[in-house]
Write a protein that binds this ligand. Structure first.
Ligand SMILES: [Zn+2]
Length: 570
């Protein structure tokens, strides 16, 4: 494979450099140039990735005047206009059709009037749950009225059907018209099963709702626990109330409602059936588990306000310099949207500014664009900066792009995604979510090493981050993808310090109005992380061959299909 030999040459060059120097640690950076374009200008260009440039962008789009950049809102449009202007200033070309900066897409807004209470009737008693504190519910269809009457509740374990793991929680039981009560996450008691502690797609709420809909269930209730969700119930409260957006419905199966309940509420519900939640969960940690009808019924009826709005992905293109390879592309993504205006917090603040999530990612993508544009000659392959919309609503902008790509999927060499940046300082390490999945690994590890850093896999792999940001939309169409995230080992800080900062952010600011720009943020680490993406993308854009998924990876089949399609359409 040509690609491997390129890496080998790079490695040799590095070695020669090291041998030729009296101090072998000096002049490491120029070897990265060799990796990328073979001259020192790439290093000069990389210096355009700096604090001030990124800080200005973060500060700008997280201001209150952008109203939290909710999809289809005034603030969303304002952010898109600002970002297109910045891309234009940097000398990129409009990357969407008809010479436009924007790739528009329709969204259906679903605003469910959630009832204050939700009652469940057991054989001997009833339990009434309170909205917000105990349950959150939404319409699963794009219709003005949803509901069902006297549907039976069935506990279905994890709600997973995974033939490759010989796992089926439904066992052919007819679940049509039922309400499925299920656990979050996927089984993680065996390393051979569902990636052990790593959360796979099967462990995500979006999979679960789809899985239940395929069974013909009228409703799904996910039991929230902080470890199984990866975030506290307050994130469910703030993320699942107000207008929820979706791409216009296709012909996929859908239930009537999707809900979450707190763990204690689930405990109360199953107790009505004379059962114990812990025992049920234990039973579910087994291949032989079968659905447990609880003998509990429930009804619900809700009005839904349906609206239609438009948002857009903002696309800026740097055409490649090689006459043939310019048809292929490296795509950098960062979502520009956040949650908009929502439920006020205790201080009365209702604007979900999304400074960390994801003004920091947008800033990194733009800084990379600036650096690449500063090269005397563009990389061989094209580079697309895709600032995608509606990510917080379920990766909708990137999903739309993946379904309507401006380059054929088989021509997309790689996706490098940023969602949340390092605002705490230099690190000895960098997190690469998706490490171990593709040949991007070799490049990223080498470049991080040149930076004096080590590459670590997702440090919170139980949270399933690979499936929670836009690189997932690209992986699904077969594109090898990398999501660069903050390291955890901070320079001159105690070992646990980084994890503490990140945990604190998740508990206090994640998807809350308090995710605001803080002038005390230290962007040194963000500069390093953006440079890592710059060098990695450059190496990919200039390599002989495109990256590949590792053999047997969950997305390998999609890639093979995409490459075959490209070949046959020639
Ligand atoms: Zn985000």
């Amino acid at each position: 494979m040509k690609y491997v030999s390129t890496i080998a040459i790079i490695a040799t060059t590095t070695l020669l450099f090291a041998c030729g120097q009296t101090d072998s640690t000096a002049d490491l950076e120029p070897t990265v140039n060799d990796a990328a374009v073979g001259n020192e200008t790439a290093l000069q260009a990389s210096l355009h990735i700096e604090d001030e440039f990124m800080r200005e962008i973060i500060k700008e789009i997280s201001q209150d005047s952008y109203e939290g950049r909710g999809p289809g809102s005034r603030g969303d449009a304002k952010a898109r206009t600002y970002l297109a202007k910045r891309l234009e200033e940097l000398g990129l070309q409009p990357g969407a059709e008809d010479d436009s900066w924007e790739q528009p897409f329709d969204l259906v807004g679903i605003n469910t009037s959630q009832p204050d209470e939700w009652t469940f009737s057991g054989p001997e008693s009833t339990t009434t749950l309170k909205q917000w504190d105990q349950f959150i519910i939404g319409s699963a269809v794009q219709e003005e009225h949803v509901g069902f009457e006297n549907a039976e509740v069935v506990f279905v374990g994890y709600g997973i059907q995974a033939p490759e793991y010989d796992w089926d929680d439904y066992k052919g039981v007819d679940l049509k018209g039922k309400v499925l009560l299920m656990m979050n996450n996927d089984p993680d008691w065996d390393r051979e099963l569902f990636g052990g502690d790593t959360r796979l797609w099967y462990g995500r709420w979006d999979y679960k709702y789809l899985s239940a809909a395929r069974q013909g269930a009228v409703g799904t209730i996910i039991i929230h626990t902080t470890p199984s969700a990866g975030y506290p119930f307050q994130v469910v409260q703030t993320s699942w109330t107000g207008v929820q957006f979706e791409l216009p419905a296709g012909d996929e199966p859908r239930s009537q409602v999707s809900a979450w309940v707190t763990e204690d509420s689930a405990r109360d519900l199953v107790a009505m059936a004379g059962l114990d939640l812990d025992t049920l969960r234990e039973q579910a940690d087994n291949r032989d588990f079968e659905p447990v009808p609880l003998g509990i019924t429930t009804s619900i009826s809700m009005d839904v306000e349906i609206s239609r709005v438009q948002s857009a992905n903002v696309l800026g293109l740097i055409p490649g310099s090689d006459p043939e390879l310019k048809d292929e592309v490296v795509i950098y993504t960062a979502h520009h949207d956040h949650l908009g205006i929502g439920t006020p917090n205790e201080d009365g603040d209702a604007i979900y500014n999304g400074a960390f999530d994801n003004a920091t990612g947008v800033a990194q993508a733009l800084a990379i664009a600036k650096a690449i544009r500063s090269l005397p000659e563009s990389p061989k392959r094209s580079v697309l900066i895709a600032l995608v919309g509606a990510e917080e609503q379920g990766l909708l902008g990137s999903e739309y792009y993946a379904a309507n790509p401006t380059f054929a999927p088989g021509k997309i060499a790689a996706n490098i995604n940023y969602d949340g940046g390092n605002v705490w300082g230099h690190t000895h390490d960098v997190t690469y979510i998706g490490l171990g999945k593709s040949s991007i690994d070799q490049i990223a590890i080498m470049i991080a090493k040149e930076q004096g850093r080590t590459v670590k896999p997702d440090q919170f792999s139980d949270k399933g981050y690979f499936y929670r940001s836009d690189q997932f939309s690209f992986a699904k169409i077969g594109v090898p993808a990398m999501y660069i995230d903050t390291g955890t080992d901070f320079v001159d800080r105690p070992a646990e310090w980084g994890r503490e900062q990140q945990d604190h952010y998740t508990e206090v600011n994640y998807h809350q109005p308090s995710d605001e720009y803080d002038p005390s943020w230290n962007l040194d680490g963000m500069v390093d992380d953006a440079k890592l993406g710059y060098w990695t993308g450059l190496a990919i854009a200039n390599a002989d061959e495109m990256p590949t998924w590792n053999a047997g990876d969950e997305f390998e089949a999609a890639r093979i299909e995409a490459l075959e399609l490209t070949r046959s359409s020639r």
